[in-house]
Design a protein around this ligand. Structure first.
Ligand SMILES: Cc1cc2nc3c(=O)[nH]c(=O)nc-3n(C[C@H](O)[C@H](O)[C@H](O)COP(=O)(O)OP(=O)(O)OC[C@H]3O[C@@H](n4cnc5c(N)ncnc54)[C@H](O)[C@@H]3O)c2cc1C
Length: 388
């Protein structure tokens, strides 16, 4: 059945006809092309790669970037796309986030004209896939400690080190790799097949099973001088990319939360217990549904306001921390509550809630954990950094 949206507070009235059209396009694509695949993809731990050309044609890759074939959507339109995609599965949304915010964005912001002309049209259309290597086995929340190094050797850079938990790693044609150099952290474009660059997949995940997650290894891997992003200097380069991705996550998880809410609402109206009465007629069940719709509505307002701020050039990283942290937390709560309301049926993949719940555990951790975003907000309101 087509998804009709979750809009308790008439928030749609705040969206322009163009924004509604973009959302409707994404919604139809998700209902018709994505949802029929997702349960089996998750079950089989398979990334639905066959969807990439269509996702590219719809303009969803690097959707809010401008030029070089990108769709040039507003940030609210882009957020609505992410919401619809994550309504199907956080893994597919992760693919789109990485490709747009963590690969195309740094090339557009920090790349040379040659790098932009070579890679952006390929990445936008989905003819090439990218990945973003920042996390290392010993440095997750604190990427400043990274050990991966790049040494200059004549006209080349030699990379040595390890990256792990990298979305799209083994399927990527190009990796954006962040490494320590004599002049601070710099970003490198490392192409698939470069000698000394190897990848392997991480197996045994109970979360993000429809997404590829990999480790990258660099052993005397030689990258030509023009493979370095010329305008990214220091850790603020990768951190700015993460801000772009976190913004999209803040919208995306609303999709998971809405799907959990709708599934639980429909189920509790149909399911009967005690005197043949729907379980939705019990006060305790209604209180849970009331909590879910209230938190979703507050999170929708937060996302929309952040989107309007971003379109006005006023959204700051500390704002994005609140958006990401809050919206992931409420989505997880909705998934847990929804699972509970479905009773035993809630643990099967006949319903999407348990899959969302498993995926959201990753979304809580990646792109800055809940704790780290609490510390960003704490620093903003006290002026005191408490990370160490
Ligand atoms: C499926 C998946 C996909 C991913 N994709 C990518 C990707 O594409 N590219 C990439 O670079 N990375 C990726 N990551 C990695 C992700 O960004 C890291 O897992 C994340 O940054 C957390 O790092 P960690 O796992 O090492 O946890 P840790 O940093 O070890 O943290 C463990 C716990 O300690 C807490 N903690 C740590 N420091 C503090 C502190 N100062 N104060 C309070 N609490 C603290 C954390 O909040 C967390 O609860 C991915 C991860 C997953 C699971």
């Amino acid at each position: 059945m087509a998804f009709r949206g979750v809009d308790y507070l008439l928030i749609d009235s705040q969206l322009s006809p163009q924004e509604l059209l973009v959302r409707q396009t994404a919604r139809r694509f998700v209902d018709e092309r994505v949802l029929p695949l997702m349960r089996d993809c998750f079950r089989d731990a398979r990334f639905p790669r066959e969807l990439i050309p269509e996702i590219g044609e719809l303009g969803f890759l690097g959707a809010n970037l401008h030029g070089y074939g990108c769709a040039g959507m507003s940030n609210v339109e882009y957020g609505l796309v992410m919401q619809e995609v994550e309504r199907a599965d956080s893994g597919l949304r992760s693919f789109i986030s990485v490709q747009g915010a963590l690969v195309m964005y740094p090339i557009l912001e920090y790349g040379s004209e040659e790098q932009k002309l070579r890679w952006l049209p390929l990445l936008q259309s989905g003819k090439a896939i990218g990945c973003f290597g920042l996390t290392e086995p010993d440095f997750g929340s604190n990427p400043a400690g990274m050990r991966t190094r790049a040494e200059k050797d004549g006209p080349e850079w030699i990379l040595n080190g390890e990256k792990t938990w990298i979305t799209n790693g083994t399927v990527a044609d190009v990796a954006i790799v962040w490494a320590r150099t004599g002049e601070g952290v710099r970003g490198f474009l490392v192409e698939k097949g470069t000698p000394g660059f190897t990848t392997s997949d991480i197996h045994g995940k109970w979360s993000m099973r429809a997404s590829v997650t990999s480790s990258l290894s660099f052993a005397d891997c030689r990258v030509p001088a023009d493979g370095m992003l010329p305008c990214a200097k220091g850790l603020k380069g990768p951190l700015a990319c993460l801000s772009q991705a976190r913004y999209g996550i803040g919208w995306g998880v609303l999709g998971s939360a809405m799907d959990c809410y709708q599934t639980a609402r429909s189920y509790t109206i149909l399911r009967k217990q005690f005197d043949d009465k729907p379980i939705a007629s019990h006060q305790l069940v209604q209180a849970k549904l009331a909590d879910m719709i209230t938190e979703i509505t507050k999170a929708q307002l937060l996302a929309l306001h952040c989107g309007r701020l971003k379109d006005a050039g006023k959204l700051e990283p500390a704002h994005i921390s609140m958006l990401k942290r809050n919206n992931v937390a409420i989505a997880l709560d909705c998934a847990r509550t929804g699972r509970d309301l479905l009773g035993a049926n809630g643990i099967t993949d006949e319903y999407p809630i348990m899959r969302h719940l498993c995926n959201l555990e990753t979304v809580k951790t990646y792109e800055g954990t809940d704790h780290i975003h609490a510390l960003v907000i704490g620093e903003r309101v006290t002026g005191i950094a408490a990370y160490k």
